[in-house]
Design a protein around this ligand. Sequence first.
Ligand SMILES: NS(=O)(=O)c1ccc(C(=O)NCc2ccc(F)cc2)cc1
Ligand SMILES: [Zn+2]
Length: 253
Amino acid sequence: MQDAGGHCMKMHPMWQEPLAIPGGDRQSPIDIVVRKSLFDPQLKPLVPLYDPQTCQQIWNNGYSFLVEYDDTTDKSTLKGGPLEDQYRLCQFHFHWGESNAWGSEHTVDRKLFPGELHIVHWNTDKYDLFEEAVMENNGLAVIGIGKRHEGLQKLVDALPAVRHKDSAVDFERFDPGCLLPSNINDYWTYHGSLTTPPLTEAVTWIVMKQHIELAVFRSLLFTSAEEEVQKGMVNNFRVQQPLRGRTVRSSFS
Ligand SMILES: NS(=O)(=O)c1ccc(C(=O)NCc2ccc(F)cc2)cc1
Ligand SMILES: [Zn+2]
């Protein structure tokens, strides 16, 4: 298994590619070829409005850690950018490598970053439940950024409490807005999928041009406390998928 940089990556079993996705012609992640992206002047600025009070808990689901938000009201939303509808924040999580040489899911001109942050939202104008939206076209909007940030220290300090799979702790007043780069108006956008099973092709991806440094999450484990062999949570990313004729639009020229 070679990545763009010629590094040989030991892929976690979770990431063995399913043999074929039925009709999978909009899979994610992808390599964004900058010179082939199309500037679309009609793309609007993104409008993330997050209420830190909706932050609920942080947990280790066995292949990443998620910070989950109360998505029963419209207190934390994303609209604008390529989005026609209003989307509600439900969680954010990261993907990373075992070394800083790789770990991101999207690449830009084949450049890998040490990791990638995904801020996940679902379309509340069209659907009543996340579980519905995740199966439908334009059901989800995920902001993808590879980054480190001082705002992350609160997150990193909470990680030892969720070291093992299925562990969770309350986590309050974390504003995911602090993870966004200073310039959120330079992004690429394309129609793609979840990057983990069920890989449904429901996602409008908004990939930030400005990347961020990433805190080190390699202290997490894929395994629960009961398991005798502990496995470090690293390389929890999917390899880039074929573009299949899709156009990647850019919000900047
Ligand atoms: N890496 S990513 O940003 O693309 C991504 C985002 C969300 C999910 C997810 O919610 N999975 C659980 C899930 C999936 C389907 C359901 F119906 C219910 C829960 C998976 C991957
Ligand atoms: Zn993800």
